[in-house]
Design a protein around this ligand. Structure first.
Ligand code: DAH
Length: 342
């Protein structure tokens, strides 16, 4: 009897030694400890045929073996679940010492950065910012702006017309003066930044598409002094409180009188440098008091109201401020160039 138990123990031990996988181990458990057909269950059943004394001794031996089998299977089970966990950890591991991946961040275009600064200044001076169409009729482009029928700006050599239509790409943001006055009644203050288009041959200082900002104020008793004060305040906020302006008499069909505005060079302060080409002054744009015909075109009575307007180009200003020697850089969309501005 006990020899048989010893034999079973030896069998079990040699079987345990061959187990290499978790499913082997499960099969071993079923074979030895299975409730119905397991070896240990069968062994227990033999006890019934024994005499009470013998049964006690033999029962003890079977129990000892069963305990040994259970312990061995538990050890195996623990080993396999530890191995499974280790394998899982290895595949899911995170190396917290690895350097992070940089998320590429976009940049605002230098023209956008400048436009935003200019918009902020105008908003702080009580101006509304307005956006308008880039394709315009002759009325907005020319007629309402008092531009005569024979004016060279109307020529197809200067303006991009849309074939077969009374439409053209706007060549100046001054068109926005008309929209602004049609939309609201004076008193009004509007600043309108946007793109304009001219049939220019591209070079370091020209591009067929560029940016302007138009300013317009209409109220009672508006004078040239109001225009000067406004432009002066604007350049001081943009370039610093020491900035000066000067007005040079000029001609624009939509203003009377008209003037071109220069501001003292932001780099040298007026003594002359490479940026201002030694003159100490930089051209800012055109300005003037709104021509009575322009007011009439939008049914505003020039006897009652007057206004001033100004237009400035953003591209050359942007190029000067960022030290660019060619404005075409602004439109080539070379990310290596654009990334440098923020
Ligand atoms: N529109 C003019 C241009 O593109 C600039 C300009 C001049 C705008 C005088 C104005 C102005 O508002 O009053 O050259």
């Amino acid at each position: 009897m006990s020899d048989r138990i010893a034999q079973l123990r030896a069998d079990f031990e040699s079987e345990v030694a061959t187990i290499t996988t978790e499913s082997d181990s499960t099969a071993l458990r079923d074979r030895w400890l299975g409730r119905k057909n397991g070896i240990m269950t069968a062994e227990m059943k033999t006890l019934g045929a024994l005499a009470p004394e013998e049964r006690k001794v033999q029962g003890q031996k079977i129990n000892d073996l069963k305990a040994q089998v259970e312990a061995a299977l538990e050890t195996l089970q623990a080993r396999f679940s530890a191995e499974r966990e280790a394998a899982q950890l290895a595949t899911e591991s995170i190396d917290v010492t690895l350097p992070g991946r940089r998320i590429p961040a976009g940049h605002l275009h230098p023209i956008t950065l400048l436009r935003q600064r200019i918009e902020d200044i105008f908003v702080s001076m009580g101006y509304e910012i307005e956006d308008g169409p880039e394709i315009e009729t002759n009325f907005y482009n020319f007629d309402a702006l008092n531009i005569p029928a024979n004016h060279p700006a109307r020529s197809p050599q200067d303006t991009f017309y849309i074939a077969g239509a009374d439409l053209a790409l706007r060549s100046q943001t001054s068109t926005m003066q008309i929209h602004a006055m049609q939309k609201r009644r004076p008193p009004l203050r509007v600043a309108a930044p946007g793109r304009v288009f001219r049939r220019d041959t591209p070079d370091a200082t020209h591009n067929p598409m560029f940016y302007q900002v138009e300013g317009l104020l209409v109220d009672r008793n508006v004078t040239l002094g109001d225009l000067k004060g406004t432009v002066e305040e604007f350049v001081r906020r943009l370039f610093g409180p020491q900035t000066k302006i000067r007005f040079r008499p000029s001609y624009f069909p939509f203003t009377e009188p008209s003037a071109e505005v220069d501001y003292s060079c932001f780099k040298c302060g007026g003594t002359g440098c490479r940026i201002c080409k030694g003159s100490g002054w930089i051209e800012m744009g055109g300005s003037g008091l709104v021509h009575p015909n322009v007011l009439r075109a939008v049914d505003i009575d020039p006897q009652e109201f007057s206004g001033f307007a100004f237009g400035l180009g953003l591209d050359r200003l942007c190029a000067l401020m960022y030290g660019l020697d060619d404005i075409r850089l602004l439109y080539e969309n070379d990310a290596r160039f654009l990334e440098q501005f923020f």
